[in-house]
Unconditional design. Structure first.
Length: 213
């Protein structure tokens, strides 16, 4: 329901707590129960953008990309359920119910990880990075000989050395330029070219077999 609907029916928290003070209400809407946007209808398609998810998805210079599912709805449901669990614990201790107010855009915003402190503390705006993750190398999607794709993430020094060995490129593990993540980020084009070439020489199953050895 949009904010205010339960109240119009006489079924809001203040109405029903007179009957049962232990009731827990979970309210999921686009923009919360109050505030300037609260009357608006809420859809995951819009709130995924307002929460920042679409901005960091896709490729630089292109339109923001939406995941091909209603991720905002699912995130709001999971986070509201967690809120209900906390409200039930509160009721065990106090006998009083609570209102869990979950907005779709907040649920998306909550998942933005380091994007938030990057901006608030350092003034950095995370940009879309296509099939990679900014600041971590290697982690990418690579095409194999049979046209299928493999996702490879080796974002620690030890894992990078193991990846280089699996590729038969021990020289990359010994290369001082690639000794740590900062160096790998600086030379990521060279690293990704090497991984691309290796994957294109193998089918997906062959690549997975080498990686799992």
């Amino acid at each position: 329901f949009r904010p205010g609907t339960l109240e119009r029916y006489g079924l809001g928290p203040e109405d029903l707590w007179h009957v049962n003070p232990g009731l827990v209400f979970a309210r999921i809407s686009g923009y919360g129960q109050n505030g300037p946007y609260s009357p608006r209808a809420g859809f995951a398609s819009a709130t995924e953008g307002e929460g920042g998810l679409r901005f960091v998805n896709g490729f630089p210079g292109e339109a923001p990309v939406r995941p091909n599912l209603s991720l905002g709805d699912s995130l709001a449901g999971v986070q509201a359920a967690f809120g209900v669990a906390m409200a039930l614990l509160h009721r065990e201790r106090t006998g009083k119910g609570q209102v869990v107010d979950m907005a779709l855009y907040e649920a998306v915003y909550n998942m933005m990880e380091g994007v938030i402190p990057d901006y608030t503390c350092l003034g950095l705006v995370r940009q879309p990075s296509g099939t990679t993750v900014s600041g971590i190398v290697p982690t990418n999607t690579h095409k194999c000989k049979d046209g299928k794709y493999v996702i490879i993430g080796a974002n620690s020094d030890q894992l990078f050395a193991r990846l280089a060995a699996a590729m038969g490129r021990e020289d990359m593990a010994r290369d001082v330029r690639f000794a740590d993540n900062a160096g790998r980020v600086e030379h990521q084009d060279e690293i990704y070219r090497a991984i691309d070439d290796w994957c294109l020489s193998l089918t997906l199953q062959e690549a997975l077999g080498r990686l799992e050895e």
